[in-house]
Ligand binder design. Structure first.
Ligand SMILES: [Zn+2]
Length: 166
């Protein structure tokens, strides 16, 4: 994805008030982010364990989304596959995150949800070379497909939150 300034990150949020966007904690280590190796930016709120934030690039610009993890999903440590990176090689906490939809739909209480890695580590997961017995010879191709798949799935999530093709 393209690099974003703190200001651009705050302005990208579509499902919270402008005041909330001005207050939300920025991702830790923002100056060290390797943007070329990211299909989206995601981070947890250090003060509110159930709160997460993602910024997803789309053709209409970056879309920032406030997420809330369901308590039940945070408590259960059942192996679950992340719906975004679809990593099946490492067992890790995957939470059910829900997002209020943007605009009128969100004001009426409409939400969109997804099972996603608890620490938003999808971008690292898709770059890991799968075990060779799993992929045959062309591991690079598998990694490229995983990266493209992640990009497509996060974009679809952003579309669902915004409620339009973007
Ligand atoms: Zn993931």
């Amino acid at each position: 994805m393209e690099s974003l300034t703190p200001q651009e990150i705050r302005e990208s949020f579509v499902n919270c008030s402008r005041a909330d966007a001005a207050e939300l904690p920025l991702p830790p280590g923002l100056h060290e982010v390797d943007w070329a190796r990211r299909e989206y930016l995601g981070w947890r709120d250090p003060r509110l364990p159930q709160r997460g934030y993602v910024v997803i690039p789309t053709e209409s610009g970056a879309v920032g989304i406030v997420l809330r993890a369901s308590e039940a999903s945070m408590r259960s440590h059942q192996p679950t596959m992340c719906g975004w990176c679809q990593d099946v090689h490492l067992v890790r906490d995957v939470y059910f995150w829900s997002a209020r939809r943007a605009g009128e739909a969100g004001r009426k209480g409409d939400t969109v949800g997804a099972l996603v890695c608890g620490s938003f580590e999808c971008t690292e997961n898709v770059r890991r070379t799968p075990p060779t017995h799993y992929v045959g010879f062309d591991a690079d191709r598998v990694v490229d497909d995983q990266i493209a798949g992640l990009g497509e799935r996060v974009r679809r999530f952003a579309q669902a939150v915004v409620g339009a093709r973007i």
